[in-house]
Design a protein around this ligand. Structure first.
Ligand code: SF4
Length: 63
């Protein structure tokens, strides 16, 4: 599974790292940055929570 970010949709709400701190972090302006695009099997649930929790649908998973 891959976690993908459309940076053009991210509005910097900063919610995603709460769901998956090992997968996503915020940059110095508060916008998301995916740090582990290839999601380990043990973190797939976190990745989905991240996607579901983004108010702007900026994140998605594939695979
Ligand atoms: S929750 Fe969505 S809009 Fe907010 S920082 Fe994360 S990706 Fe961006």
């Amino acid at each position: 599974m891959k976690l993908l970010l459309d940076a053009t949709l991210c509005q910097g709400y900063g919610l995603c790292p709460d769901h998956a701190p090992e997968l996503v972090e915020l940059d110095e302006w508060g916008y998301a940055r995916v740090v582990a695009a290839e999601v380990p099997p043990a973190a797939e649930e976190q990745a989905r929570a991240c996607v579901d929790g983004c108010p702007n649908s900026a994140l998605r998973v594939e695979g």
